[in-house]
Design a protein around this ligand. Structure first.
Ligand code: HEM
Length: 226
């Protein structure tokens, strides 16, 4: 059904989200929070465990999440799962976050990259609860009894603090871009053989009202939906 679908999510004009305030997707008790000193200490104390097991945690997380939400396989690049690129990226992000929990300023570049990637895939605020639930439970599964209720709570609060930053930035990208935010069906208009190994595929939107197409930006993806 349908042809390739392109996530031209960074060229969006109308607000795509059904939430006026995207931070409403953050559970009320974690909305606009800052972590207290004790929670920050717990997060910092968990850095060695993250260094040792962060990759296992994120592998377990993806496995559980994609099992429970197979619809998310649509946006997660399965090749990146197979080569563990994605679990490594998330483990690295979690470590960097824990290491900078006292002052998140050095993370602004990383946040920008994550938000751009997410916006290009039309990640939505309400999906953060799915990721959060499976991430915290994977931490518990891998680290076992080392995860006290206080540590689990500190990581839940920390997760939502970072999630809120990303949700706000992604919403800004959705609001300020020109074009459309969601996924759109495309058909292959023509194929051109450039060389023995390279063939160019020229795509056009099934819905012609999407024309003229915005020019592409780095980091965009297209995916076939069979
Ligand atoms: C605080 C929460 C989150 C963090 C820290 C995070 C972190 C990351 C990082 C570090 C990357 C790699 C970026 C790059 O390639 O440069 C990434 C990519 C991605 N994230 Fe997130 N993310 C979060 C939440 C979410 C949510 C809620 C979704 C939606 C279900 C999501 C979906 C994705 C997808 C689809 C990719 C691209 C994966 C691929 O290429 O296969 N993320 N994220």
């Amino acid at each position: 059904m349908g042809g390739p679908r392109c996530g031209f999510a960074t060229q969006v004009s109308a607000p795509p989200l059904n939430l006026q305030d995207p931070t409403l997707a953050v559970p009320e008790r974690y909305r606009h929070i800052t972590l207290d000193a004790a929670q920050k200490d717990l997060i910092k104390a968990s850095i060695p465990a993250l260094q040792a097991h962060g990759f296992d945690i994120t592998k377990q997380f993806y496995h559980n999440m994609l099992d429970a939400h197979p619809e998310l396989k649509e946006i997660f690049n399965t090749a990146n799962q197979e080569h563990f690129k994605q679990p490594k990226a998330l483990a690295g992000a979690l470590l960097a976050y824990a290491a900078n929990i006292d002052d998140l300023t050095p993370l602004s570049g990383a946040v920008e990259l994550m938000a751009a990637k997410h916006a290009s895939l039309y990640v939505r605020p309400e999906q953060y609860a799915i990721v959060g639930t499976h991430l915290i439970s994977a931490i518990g599964q891998v680290l076992g009894d080392a995860v006290t209720p206080e540590l689990a709570e500190a990581w839940t609060a920390a997760y939502w603090q970072l999630a809120e930053i990303l949700i706000i930035r992604e919403n800004q990208l959705y609001q300020t871009s020109k074009g459309w935010t969601d996924w759109a069906d495309f058909r292959i208009a023509r194929k051109e053989k450039e060389s023995e190994e390279v063939t160019s595929f020229y795509l056009e939107p099934v819905d012609s009202s999407l024309k003229p197409l915005p020019s592409f930006l780095p980091g965009q993806v297209s995916k076939s939906s069979e």
